[in-house]
Design a protein around this ligand. Structure first.
Ligand code: 5GP
Ligand code: ZN
Length: 114
């Protein structure tokens, strides 16, 4: 998807601060962080949202979450915990239509979210 913002980041057409990369997944810092640690983990293949997953995507999503956990284990400031969020659709405030997990931490997080 040439016009998708996160596809352009995946393709290195736009700069980002990368924190994790393998052949299927990219992790990079959010441009407008709301916590001391705020990174986004995305599949390199364009999938618009959780709602667009198919049964065949199960292994990819498992790998995506495992890569989040592996990354979190290397971040000292996430040692006390962190939050993973996937805003899905307009009512949840999803603003970029390429599946992404927010990984948030480095401070005490409030709950419930807004
Ligand atoms: P959503 O609102 O879809 O859940 O999350 C989209 C996230 O992408 C937001 O937190 C926003 O700050 C982030 N974002 C938007 N544009 C860019 C960009 O160009 N680069 C990076 N690194 N993050 C972006
Ligand atoms: Zn995309």
């Amino acid at each position: 998807m040439a016009e998708c913002l996160f596809c352009r980041i995946v393709n290195k057409e736009l700069p980002s601060h990368i924190v994790y990369e393998d052949e299927d997944i990219l992790g990079f810092r959010d441009i407008a962080p709301v916590a001391p640690v705020h990174v986004l983990f995305v599949p390199k293949r364009h999938i618009a949202s959780l709602s667009d997953l198919t049964d065949e995507d199960g292994p990819l999503v498992g790998k995506l979450l495992q890569s989040v956990a592996n990354y979190a284990a290397t971040e000292n400031s996430l040692a006390q915990g962190y939050r993973v969020v996937a805003n899905t659709g307009p009512a949840a405030g999803q603003s970029v239509a390429h599946l992404h997990f927010h990984v948030l931490g480095g401070r005490q997080m409030g709950w419930p979210w807004g």
